[in-house]
Design a protein around this ligand. Structure first.
Ligand SMILES: Cc1cc2nc3c(=O)[nH]c(=O)nc-3n(C[C@H](O)[C@H](O)[C@H](O)COP(=O)(O)OP(=O)(O)OC[C@H]3O[C@@H](n4cnc5c(N)ncnc54)[C@H](O)[C@@H]3O)c2cc1C
Length: 475
């Protein structure tokens, strides 16, 4: 167990206290037994989802970047994205794309942030293609699909595994970068903050062997994703538990719209515990229909997610059932198996052949529109702390995200953060790294319970109805 005070953040003793018997090779040739060699990075990025990786790829090559992630680098929600990534496919589509985004967000969106996201999207897609991402093509060029709330086909995709295609290519490019080190199974437990005004000086990390280290960094970027792990029924990885939010609450860092939480209307219904499998909106975009127990359609399947979710819940109440059905069989075997191979396979594993009959679906927690408040450069209310991706709230999504806008938003604003950080780094902080009492982090389960409690309490404070409907039974 960690035992004394760490003065300079190089607590080699703690880090090595419980060294694994056989040092295991992790990314970038750093093995667990060697983690005591960690030096103060210029930039510490927490999270290896699309937002963290894209940010790392746009940091200046002469800076040292340390990326840490709770689990394996591939275990992020970004890898799970199925449907695709929206883009401005032509200048003529701007007004319509802008309006679709605002309408889905109930006009609570930050219009400037929406404009930046849409205008920057072609450049981001070019970046992705340069990094090796392949989008679906036909004889005439890239293909565009459509999802709920979009009045045009403007979503690029890669089969039904777009997130895996994008994120695995970004990860491969990051692994090639000599200035970036990735530490897997390494969790951020807290930020180290000091000064007046308070600034972020680094983070408290827990390594793969359970050892603790308070590591200074010139800038910290939180890319810790959403909050699905706080819910019993979610499409997210269970380890994505809104840690960044809990830590922000602890340090008085401003949050925004923490109660804006998206429920996805159609996840594969299951009584088993664990992550829920998403039946992507693009399935409805390609013509799948929702049916009640009488076999009747009851909603326009391409309305925004919150509207479709409400309609499904109403139907479930009326029929006293815990799911409705989604039918896709009329699209034909060939289309289904070539366009949605992953969904087809997963449903088969669960005992449903979607080429022959409907599958039971129900709503579940899916996405988090709120987060740590950031400006248009992704800077939080605390100096030297940036937040990107689902953990952040720049107002793009308003109170409800338009389908396939989240990968795009993550990438656009992660790149902006990297550019701004490059400028910030020219100014060194004169604030000395403070004394960090690592004993305070000795009881990890208690810390996690507390983090979970504070986030759920904050959601309850902001929206009691939502909390009672979706979170109450979780605590
Ligand atoms: C099933 C599913 C399907 C989706 N489909 C689409 C889609 O088609 N189109 C679209 O645009 N969006 C989609 N989304 C949403 C989109 O994937 C996410 O919003 C986006 O990828 C979030 O990226 P991120 O980098 O912010 O977070 P994530 O990809 O979730 O990454 C978070 C990272 O933070 C790490 N982390 C968390 N806490 C800590 C900690 N304390 N210490 C260290 N590391 C930590 C995690 O290990 C992980 O590496 C989908 C989401 C899901 C779940």
């Amino acid at each position: 167990m960690p035992g004394a005070l760490d003065r300079w953040g190089v607590s080699v003793r703690y880090w090595n206290d419980r060294r694994p018997e056989k040092p295991r090779q992790t990314c970038q040739g750093v093995s667990e037994g060697m983690t005591n060699r960690l030096k103060k990075p210029d930039i510490m990025i927490v999270g290896t989802g699309a937002a963290g990786l894209f940010c790392a790829l746009h940091t200046p090559k002469e800076t040292s970047v340390l990326m840490v992630t709770k689990e394996q680098a591939e275990e992020s929600d970004s890898f799970l994205a199925q449907g695709g990534i929206s883009t401005l496919k032509s200048a003529e589509d701007y007004e319509s794309y802008f309006e679709d985004t605002m309408k889905a967000g109930h006009y609570e969106n930050d219009a400037k942030a929406v404009e930046i996201m849409i205008r920057d999207s072609p450049e981001i897609i070019e970046d992705l293609i340069r990094f090796g991402v392949e989008f679906e093509q036909d004889g005439e060029g890239v293909c565009y699909t459509r999802e709920g709330g979009h009045s045009e086909n403007r979503i690029l995709y890669h089969k039904d595994v777009t997130g895996r295609e994008i994120t695995s290519k970004l990860l491969a490019r990051v692994r090639e970068r000599e200035n970036v080190t990735i530490l897997e199974h390494t969790a951020l437990l807290d930020l180290v903050c000091a000064g007046d005004p308070v600034q972020c000086m680094g983070g408290v990390l827990r390594g793969p062997d359970g050892a603790l280290q308070a590591l200074p960094a010139k800038t910290v970027v939180l890319a810790t994703g959403g909050i699905g792990g706080l819910f019993a029924s979610s499409t997210n990885f269970p380890h994505i538990t809104g840690d960044g939010l809990a830590i922000a609450l602890k340090h008085g860092i401003a949050l925004q719209n923490i109660h804006y939480i998206q429920i996805h209307p159609t996840v594969l219904y299951s009584k088993k515990p664990g992550r829920r499998f998403l039946i992507s909106e693009s399935v409805r975009g390609e013509g799948a229909v929702l049916l009640n127990p009488d076999g009747e359609r009851f909603v326009d399947e391409l309305l925004p997610r919150d509207v479709v979710t409400q309609a499904i819940r109403k139907e479930m109440e009326t029929f006293h059932t815990d799911h409705v059905e989604l039918s896709v069989a009329h699209l034909g075997v060939e289309t289904i198996r070539s366009r949605f191979p992953n969904i087809y396979q997963k449903c088969m594993e669960e005992g449903y052949d979607i080429t022959k009959g409907p599958v039971p679906v129900a709503p579940a927690q899916h996405y988090f529109m709120g987060g740590i408040q950031v400006d248009l450069q992704s800077k939080s209310s605390m100096d030297r702390l940036y937040v990107v991706g689902e953990a952040s709230c720049n107002g793009v999504h308003g109170s409800n995200r338009l389908a396939s806008n989240s990968l795009l938003e993550s990438l656009v604003f992660a790149k902006r953060a990297a550019v701004q950080i490059g400028k910030d780094l020219r100014q060194e902080s004169k604030q000395p790294f403070p004394l960090v009492d690592l004993q305070a982090y000795g009881d990890i389960p208690a810390l996690h319970r507390e983090y979970r409690r504070v986030v759920l309490e904050e959601i309850k404070r902001k929206d009691r109805d939502f909390y009672d409907k979706w979170c109450n039974h979780e605590t």
